[in-house]
Design a protein around this ligand. Structure first.
Ligand code: SF4
Length: 301
């Protein structure tokens, strides 16, 4: 196991900690979040781990998360008073389009909404994808408003702008820390202690600390995400074979989207949408749908 990487990750966690303000640790039930939870324990920093139920988590993932007694499980509601949860099934008709690789409205609504006003620790790593490699670093402030940039310049904190317009910092120096302290309450700020870990580093680390991990990894899964996540591409065929009820629910949600008042698209029924969504019928996107997608993409980037 790479002890140097472990040491560096622990130092990062300690360096950005605010006394008396525990980290919000984003726990998905995947290997990277197991890794950051163990690192948080090893470092002795104060933290609270949260898992946000999305309504499309695999049952094995939900059970695995429930087995982690130190993880707080929560969900987001349309209306907290009447406990009316936001789910993939009611979000799709409301958004008037299925979630796609470029318009992942579900992530911000279902998965990544927590941690407002807190420093959020994530298991984001460069090795996950090229997009992650280009748009993330040890610290990411998700917005790069003129005010945030001015603060950075005033204290001489060196930063790079991410593709989505946020600010990313890779210096564990006093200026970076000061900028994080000034920003995190108002601007979503993530600390990514294992940003530079490879898959093999993660697995070696988990083995070393005896972590069993989500059982789906033993079923040939490389990444743990929502069932039907558009980022999973063709792997969704495997998922829907395993969880046919989820496929049914997606088709029903697409049908409700078509039946929703004001729907003007070209799709005839939920099955049609499902085929397009799975990449089987790429010619069915209307110009209006493309415009909608573009608008939503801008909104959620
Ligand atoms: S389906 Fe994919 S994009 Fe949507 S919330 Fe889940 S992980 Fe995020």
């Amino acid at each position: 196991m790479n002890k140097e990487l472990e040491k560096k990750a622990i130092e990062r966690l300690k360096f950005y900690e605010t006394p008396d303000d525990p980290y919000y640790l984003a726990y998905s039930g995947g290997k990277d979040s197991d890794c950051i939870k163990i690192l948080a324990e090893l470092s002795g920093v104060k933290y609270q781990a949260y898992h946000n139920l999305t309504s499309v988590d695999a049952p094995e993932t939900v059970n695995y998360v429930k087995s982690q007694k130190d993880v707080i499980i929560q969900r987001k509601y349309w209306d907290y008073e009447h406990k009316n949860p936001i789910t993939m099934w009611n979000l799709i008709p409301k958004k008037k389009m299925p979630p796609t690789r470029i318009v992942r409205y579900c992530c911000s609504e279902l998965k990544e909404w927590g941690g407002k006003g807190r420093k959020v620790v994530t298991g984001v790593r460069w090795a996950e994808s090229r997009a992650r490699a280009e748009s993330s670093d040890v610290v990411k402030i998700l917005t790069g408003t003129a005010k945030v940039k001015k603060l950075a310049e005033e204290i001489n904190a060196k930063y790079v702008e991410s593709r989505q317009g946020g600010i990313i910092l890779n210096n564990d120096n006093a200026e970076s820390r000061e900028l994080v302290e000034m920003c995190y309450v108002q601007h979503k700020t993530t600390i990514n202690p294992i940003i530079d870990w490879k898959d093999s580093d993660v697995w070696e680390f988990l083995r070393h600390y005896g972590c069993e991990s989500n059982p789906l990894y033993q079923c040939g899964y490389h990444r743990i995400g929502c069932v039907g996540c558009p980022m999973a591409g063709k792997h969704r065929y495997v998922e829907f074979e395993r969880y046919p009820k989820f496929k049914e629910n997606y088709i029903k949600a697409f049908q409700r989207m078509i039946d929703y008042p004001g729907y003007t698209g070209k799709w005839k029924n939920g099955e049609d949408v499902f085929r397009w969504w799975m990449g089987e019928d790429l010619n069915q996107l209307t110009f209006e749908q493309l415009l909608d997608m573009q608008e939503l993409q801008e909104e959620y980037e």
